[in-house]
Design a protein around this ligand. Structure first.
Ligand code: DMJ
Length: 644
């Protein structure tokens, strides 16, 4: 494991101070952060004096400045800071903190390449481009129709479609998961016929299923079914007391079913002796039990809160939020490794179990929900949720310090694993699931506004820039995990060639890829389940950086899905091996292909004003809930205050 910081301020080129008039003090303080300016400064005749002055300044800083780094909460949610926090910082410390904050928040100097590709200085995309992306967006809509019609024809009412055998399969407890997961995508795409079919099925069947079905997984049911119902409620006009959908049931139907389901799911919380819920619920009698190994996954118990909080807001009943947020309050008290957490937790003791740390399976959305729940709740007056932001920032520092490495020979950035915790060895292995992280990092950095606006308004801290840089580098690696294979589709898991690890003969099969020696794909990891994480991150990064390369990458990935996963009789299928041609097919269309993958591609190619990231938060299954000024507390209960 690399002991040195793989990411440092040196990696972040964001200084364009030369475009601005700088005061004497700014010259000194900016010099602390930017190597370019350091050179400039030394060339002055007073260089030596300035150097001495810098050393003096640093000494003062160490004596007076509390070690806390600037937080986004400084600039964005001042109201959340406590008086105590203000008291511990001396006046001198405050002055130095301010000086030091200003330099890194200056807008960056974009490279020539960036200027052209970002479109920031080249004006809006031309008409031809607009038409091109509209056409590509239509292609995604057609893909969704093909997927839905395959499901409708062979599997309507089942959880999933088996597209090759043309039958349905209940792999998620039998709640018609594909119907609910697909509904808001159809609404966003304006597919009224699908909205009508899915909405009518939900209205006629779902309550009965909920009251009769047996075991379901708390997490999967919350993110896919509860999440799908809640976003359908919002998108069909529920928050505005209107019915915006021309077809399908009234929004209140979605809300009523959501409440019924959530009331049963709550038993996972109330049956557990600790704030950590059990993993499984028996819907028909509202009872809950732990998994066979008696453990809950860290990501699962911490990926329920966006849904439960929003349900409390729209139903006026705080019980969902109260139970869900107890989990985070409990996590706050647990020991961590530089903010990183083991992937198992016991609902009986409330303690982490084992030492395995990763941002892939069982770990991933813990980190995603820390920042997203903070974004959702930060404007609410009934509690201080800054601790979520702090936990997120600490965790991302931990990621940069302990998990980020670069490949040999081409220096792709990846996030590895600690199979034995902080004392064990580093594993250069990354689940495709980790590719959610670039999007989350970018969202956490700008809080959903564009990078350009965030820089103009001086909102970005050094850590925000570091996180943005990591987001962009990691998104490239995720994209290359697709490009390196014969099919242009990523494997479920990739290993990376590092100075300590290499296995020969396990490339992705695309010999023309520059990275064929950097990325290693083991036999057991060669499948592709139509997962969304990479296109999700491309969507978020495109919205935030406005760099069209993310759209182009998304288009390449979409074309590969079209070429190798489309099933003529209807639907799309998972693959067994992405490295060989023709790829062996697996006979399963996961619900998230319609709920997430195609939705993110559609939004990536479309107008950025649709579901803006500073006004909506997507749950981990891509169901958008409104945030901006939408939820607030009034007289002890939650009310809606207009949403869009
Ligand atoms: C989805 O159900 C969610 O995105 C979840 O957070 C992770 N796994 C799948 C998609 O890969």
């Amino acid at each position: 494991m690399s002991k040195s910081l793989p990411y440092s301020v040196k990696d972040v080129h964001y200084d364009n101070a030369k475009f601005r008039h700088r005061s004497f003090f700014k010259v000194i303080t900016q010099t602390l952060f930017t190597s370019d300016m350091k050179r400039e400064c030394v060339s002055y005749s007073t260089g030596k004096f300035l150097g001495l002055f810098m050393i003096f300044g640093l000494a003062c800083l160490i004596l007076t400045h509390a070690s806390k780094t600037p937080s986004a909460t400084d600039g964005l949610s001042k109201g959340l800071e406590t008086n105590e926090e203000h008291k511990v910082v001396t006046d001198v410390g405050v002055r130095f903190k301010k000086l030091l904050r200003r330099a890194p928040r200056l807008p960056p100097r974009l490279s020539g390449n960036e200027k052209v590709s970002s479109g920031i200085f080249t004006g809006k995309p031309n008409e031809h481009d607009e038409e091109k992306w509209k056409a590509r967006q239509r292609n995604v809509k057609e893909a969704f129709i093909h997927a839905w019609s395959g499901y409708k024809k062979s599997a309507m009412g089942y959880d999933e479609l088996l597209p090759l055998s043309m039958q349905g399969f209940d792999g998620l407890g039998g709640l018609g998961a594909t119907v609910v997961d697909s509904l808001d995508t159809a609404m966003i795409m304006g597919l009224e016929e699908v909205v009508s079919e899915a909405g009518s099925w939900i209205e006629s069947n779902l309550l009965e299923r909920i009251s009769q079905k047996g075991d379901v997984n708390l997490f999967e049911t919350t993110i896919r079914v509860l999440g799908g119902l809640l976003s359908a409620y919002h998108l069909s006009g529920g928050d505005q007391d209107m019915n915006l959908a021309n077809t399908g049931p009234k929004p209140t139907i979605y809300l009523e079913i959501a409440k019924n389901l959530a009331d049963r799911l709550l038993s996972a919380f109330t049956s557990s002796p600790t704030p950590i819920p059990y993993s499984d619920v028996l819907l028909k009698n509202s009872s809950a039990h732990p998994a066979h190994n008696l453990l809950s996954s860290t990501s699962e118990v911490s990926t329920l809160q966006l849904e439960f909080n929003y349900l409390s807001a729209i139903s006026g009943d705080p019980k969902y939020k109260t139970e869900g947020m107890k989990v985070f309050a409990h996590f706050k008290t647990l020991p961590k490794v530089e903010g990183l957490v083991p992937i198992y937790i016991s609902p009986h003791s409330g303690e982490f179990i084992g030492q395995e740390i990763r941002l892939g399976s069982r770990g991933d959305s813990y980190y995603e929900y820390l920042i997203k729940v903070w974004l959702q709740l930060r404007s609410i007056q009934d509690g201080n949720f800054t601790y979520l932001y702090d936990m997120y920032e600490e965790a991302m520092r931990g990621v940069r310090h302990l998990l980020v490495q670069k490949t040999v020979p081409n220096e792709l950035v990846f996030v590895g694993e600690l199979p034995g915790g902080s004392k064990g060895s580093f594993s250069p292995k990354m689940d495709h699931l980790v590719c959610f992280l670039p999007g989350t990092l970018a969202l956490g950095a700008t809080k959903g506004i564009t990078k350009e606006k965030a820089m103009k308004d001086n909102l970005l801290t050094i850590e925000d820039f570091e996180n943005l840089k990591l987001a962009e580098d990691l998104a490239k690696t995720c994209f290359e995990m697709y490009s390196v294979t014969s099919t242009g589709l990523a494997p479920e898991i990739a290993y990376f060639h590092t100075k300590d690890f290499y296995e020969d003969g396990l490339g992705g099969g695309n010999q023309s890829s520059e990275y064929v020696n950097d990325i290693i794909i083991k036999f057991n990891d060669r499948h592709n389940l139509l997962r969304p994480e990479t296109v999700e991150s491309l969507f978020v990064l495109y919205r935030i950086t406005q760099d069209p390369k993310y759209r182009e990458w998304g288009w390449q990935i979409f074309q590969s899905f079209e070429k190798y996963t489309k099933v003529d009789s209807g639907g799309y299928t998972s693959l067994n091996d992405v490295t060989t041609l023709p790829p062996q097919r697996r006979d399963k269309m996961e619900t998230f292909f319609l709920g997430e993958t195609l939705k993110y591609l559609y939004l990536l190619f479309g107008d950025s004003s649709v579901i803006p990231l500073d006004k909506f938060v997507f749950n981990t299954e891509a169901h958008p809930f409104p945030i901006k000024d939408a939820i607030y507390l009034e007289g002890g209960s939650f009310m809606m205050k207009g949403t869009m």
